[in-house]
Ligand binder design. Structure first.
Ligand code: GCW
Length: 671
């Protein structure tokens, strides 16, 4: 059968609400089933070994039962919590009569139920708990690795990676020993992630071949991820028919090209029957794409979707398309507009298994951006929202910056006002994806505390309305088990507000960038100001900010539906934290907070640097309470964070004092 075809891709009408996660048909091959069930059994046996207890045969007394709802002889405790439909990957958890029950319709649900028991720890075996069904809000919960097989001359092995080399690739090939990949799969499954793309979206020559003659290496990695319910995806090069197939075109409407993709994709599925699909960055930052043939992004995406459809695969087609060779003198071009300008007109033209993957903001993973209006503009298209777990613009895993609160704000954002659908509701049709922050570093993420971001991503993809502070609390409990209360309290003190701290000492009021070009670490206020990248702040002697209004600016505010099109347009109503994203204002402009723009810049930069120093003091109290090597690693990073925060403070404050001539109201030292 052809499950994707059943939905009639072309005909897909109507509102996003109709595109709910459940509607997208599942994978054809359920290869994972057996392997997943074996994983749950092995996990349970290992836990018994570590904590006492044993896995027993039916008929003997037990404290915990993990059962498939379809099992022939369900014990009465499990029968009691039965539901007509738990659904893919979901589970019911209950405790009654001193027995804890996990019941699921499929082995994946058992796996996630098992990890819920692990999360609860002893509490899972304490007081009675009424049966509660847990179901993932988003069907596709995916991490994209920007990993290269070869070490790229400029970007290194992992583009924007801050955790050492790749966990998948080494010395020009898939690692011989993939044990760590298996451990990674386990880690991800425990957070709820179920899909991974294993190579960079910038697909260089060597990596392009993963699709064809190097597919065996992909299969070897897939075999390690499968037992934990994680499906492998590949980033592919749009020009593959030329660079791999020897054709003279990659035109998506050319029959020979389409046939090449169909054949190549069929071969991928012969080798990896539960392969997830493709990720594509096309016509973006130098990557090839359909524009070369005068075709649209829908044409490009649909060609790949058609090749994948017979096998149940999907293509994630990125909406990160903009002109990266802009003339900085040209005030009419606005990079923030680009994704919407390119993609909104194509709504309704994408196949049902083509998912348009949209960065959460219109620019590029900045510390503070408005939510991308593309997410509201394509009701007839499956959309995935893309986050960045790797901290390219948020301290590169040298700074503590817990991103849970940012993502939670994004996912809970309501384009159409209170009571209306959230970003997470829209993303249910396509998924939530993020750039991974993991490498071959022994702590996984370079900065040990950056693990919390990986964990929070998976948890929010499963349940977007979870409270980020509660997620952090779970992570602390799982990472420092049995640690004294001081550890928990200190980590909350350091991390709960760390995103806002980072925001305070870096680019102000949503203006973005001001980072060193190229590597993007540390301050350089004018670093991008006269470059072709389209990321400007327009500071002059009178004021700062980008006029994106309809009245006098680039018109970007018009890409939002009401009420936000009005709120952002209005100087009085625009939220302070985004003011300079939407408006160019004089330095003495008074914010809603009552402060002027320039005084706000001084105040937040002094405060942010002080908060970074306080974070380090807090950590120092933990000497002796946490593992020594881990203590040292975090301490060394905090030293760098404090240094760098002061550098940011001084460069930004000095810059604006020199531009504006307005002194700090409190007379603090500005250079
Ligand atoms: O943020 C930018 C990064 C690039 C990246 C690009 C993208 C993989 O600086 O390194 O390329 O975004 O998202 O494609």
């Amino acid at each position: 059968t052809d499950p994707v075809g059943d939905l009639g891709g072309e005909a897909l009408p109507g509102p996003v609400a109709d595109l709910g996660g459940e509607a997208l048909p599942g994978p054809v091959a359920d290869l994972g089933g057996e392997a997943l069930a074996a994983t749950v059994r092995a996990e349970a046996a290992e836990a018994c070994e570590r904590h006492g207890g044993a896995v027993v045969a039916p008929g003997e007394p037990f404290d915990l039962v993990l059962a498939l709802s379809s099992a022939d002889a369900l014990p009465p405790e499990a029968q009691a919590v039965r539901e007509p439909e738990i659904g893919a990957e979901g589970f019911v958890l209950a405790r009654h009569d001193d027995v804890t029950v996990v019941l699921a319709d499929d082995p994946a649900g058992l796996l996630y139920g098992w990890f819920e028991v692990v999360r609860l720890g002893e509490a899972a075996f304490g007081e009675a708990r009424p049966a509660r069904a847990h179901r993932p809000a988003l069907r596709r919960r995916m991490l994209d690795h920007w990993d290269n097989i070869d070490v790229h001359p400029v970007m290194g092995q992992v583009e924007r990676g801050y955790s050492g080399g790749s966990i998948f690739w080494r010395d020009g090939a898939a690692r011989g020993d993939l044990a760590r990949v298996r451990a990674y799969a386990r880690l991800l499954a425990a957070t709820g992630v179920n899909a991974v793309a294993i190579n960079n979206v910038n697909v260089h020559a060597t990596e392009a071949r993963l699709l064809t003659d190097r597919l065996g290496e992909v299969a070897a990695i897939a075999a390690e991820l499968r037992p934990y319910g994680i499906r492998v995806h590949l980033s592919v090069n749009f020009a593959s028919p030329i660079v791999l197939g020897g054709l003279d075109s990659a035109d998506p409407l050319d029959e020979g090209v389409r046939e090449w993709w169909a054949r190549t994709t069929a071969h991928v599925y012969e080798t990896i029957p539960d392969f997830g699909g493709y990720v594509v960055k096309a016509d973006s930052e130098g990557q090839p794409g359909p524009f070369a043939y005068g075709r649209s992004h829908a044409d490009g995406a649909n060609m790949l979707a058609d090749a994948l459809a017979p096998h149940g695969g999907v293509v994630f087609w990125r909406a990160f398309v903009y002109n990266h060779r802009q003339d900085w003198r040209d005030r009419s071009t606005d990079r923030a507009r680009a994704a919407h300008d390119h993609f909104a007109p194509l709504d309704g033209q994408f196949r049902d298994n083509a998912i348009v993957q949209v960065k959460y903001g219109p620019m590029d993973f900045q510390t503070r951006e408005p939510v991308s209006p593309v997410i509201a503009a394509m009701p007839g298209t499956r959309l995935a929202v893309e986050l960045q777990v790797t901290q390219e613009y948020t301290g590169q895993q040298r700074h503590v910056c817990y991103l849970g609160p940012m993502w939670s704000e994004v996912l809970g954002f309501r384009f159409w006002g209170p009571g209306e659908r959230t970003v997470a509701d829209v993303a249910a049709g396509g998924g939530l994806t993020a750039v991974s922050n993991v490498g071959d570093d022994p702590y996984w993420t370079g900065h040990p505390l950056a693990q919390a971001n990986l964990y929070a991503f998976g948890r929010l993809a499963w349940a977007p309305d979870l409270d980020p502070a509660a997620i952090l609390d779970e992570w602390i409990g799982l990472t420092f088990p049995g640690g004294p209360g001081l550890v928990r309290a200190t980590l909350h003190e350091m991390m709960d507000g760390s995103w806002e701290t980072y925001e305070r000492y870096t680019a102000p009021l949503g203006v973005g960038f001001m980072v060193r070009p190229g590597h993007h670490y540390g301050p350089d206020v004018d670093g991008y100001e006269y470059t072709p990248w389209g990321t400007y702040h327009f500071a002059d002697r009178d004021g700062v900010g980008v006029d994106r209004t309809r009245a006098t600016g680039t018109g970007y505010t018009g890409q939002y539906p009401a009420p936000w099109s009005e709120v952002y347009e209005s100087l009085a109503e625009c939220p302070d934290e985004l003011l300079l994203f939407f408006h160019h204002v004089p330095y003495e402009h008074v914010l809603q907070s009552g402060s002027t723009v320039v005084q706000h810049i001084y105040d937040t930069h002094f405060a942010g640097a002080e908060e970074a120093a306080a974070m380090r003091l807090a950590w120092e109290k933990l000497a002796g309470s946490v593992d020594e090597a881990l203590y040292a690693r975090v301490k060394e990073r905090l030293d760098e964070q404090v240094r760098c925060a002061e550098e940011w403070r001084d460069q930004v404050n000095t810059y604006f004092l020199r531009k504006s001539g307005v002194p700090d109201a409190h007379g603090r030292p500005i250079h």
